[in-house]
Design a protein around this ligand. Sequence first.
Ligand code: NAD
Ligand code: ZN
Length: 367
Amino acid sequence: QTVRVDLGSRSYDIVIGRGLLQEAGVRIAAVKPGARLAVITDETVAKLHLDAFSKSLSEAGLDHVVLKVPAGEASKRFELFERLCDDVLAARLERGDAIVALGGGVVGDLAGFVAASVRRGMSFIQVPTTLLAQVDSSVGGKTGINSRHGKNLIGAFHQPDLVLADTAILDTLPLRDFRAGYAEVAKYGLLGDEPFFTWLEDNWKAVFAGGPERDEAVARSCQAKADVVAEDEHEAGRRALLNLGHTFGHSLESAVSYETERLVHGEGVSIGMMLAHEFSQRLDLIGQDTIDRVEAHLSAVGLPIRISDIPGQMPPADTLMDIIAQDKKVSRGSLTFILTRGIGRSFVEKGLDPATVRDFLTEKLTR
Ligand code: NAD
Ligand code: ZN
């Protein structure tokens, strides 16, 4: 299946299917004929999938170098960014050559930022290998690294030329990471597509098992993201809807030190989506029945749903509020927040009083 991301002259295809890795060379050569490639990947993905990928590139006559980084969130940092930029230049890649990200969201964000920066912008191809990367981070052009001040605070918008999502590659993904990516899949239903959420309630087991339903879930998620991105590439308005669950989620993720992976991104999003629903209930926008339905689904798939599901101590509400304030979602003292009027009915609320949010968080942290 193919989903088109419509961005005028920078439009591109997301190709989705089982076994695409073996066709990657031919498909990349069709988009970037004669290009030389720098393949950026992590050690874990390299062990599992690099040989097959590299073989497919060579068979298509694509000359490439491979650059590896350690697996994990800690690789999204300046030192590795710098090293990769130098390595790409040392390999004498030119502007029309391409950077290829073979990995999860960490590799995609890091490699994308390298592609955005070296020679002021090189071609970029995403071969996402986690569910999260396939349905979310590889689509839409956000790239970047973390700073000691918080996650994703340094980066650039840089759209890929092609995304190849091989859904069979997810068979080797640990269950914890599959679940974390699934939180983003559920998010698309919750934010704007109630029939999709209902479909997920009925079909999630097959999505996890790797049947054709998995391709369907990835394609519908990519389509949802592509639609929003085509309308609002730089997050002036509607794109903010994709942040459902992310204001709370990011603050929890940062607070427990994302480098320790006590809480991975999708887990933070799952708890964050529950909190966004509970907060919407507090504002009388939805009833308990909606909360129950969201909670039932997220916990059925094995995702954490409460702050108390996070192992270890949590910091006080004020620390979380400081992190939320650093996040890009605050301007001039009022908070932009994604609230909901029901499943599939999220909306952007711009003028929220931070004190209301702090009180809500204080209460949630004490139980
Ligand atoms: P990740 O890239 O760290 O991958 C998770 C783990 O799975 C890693 O250990 C990795 O080595 C391993 N792995 C990857 N593919 C595998 C496979 N096929 N089989 C076995 N193991 C595999 O994490 P992630 O969850 O993919 O991405 C999280 C990152 O994405 C965060 O940094 C987050 O900020 C970012 N993100 C970016 C965007 C965006 O729009 N750019 C959106 C959402 C999230
Ligand atoms: Zn996310």
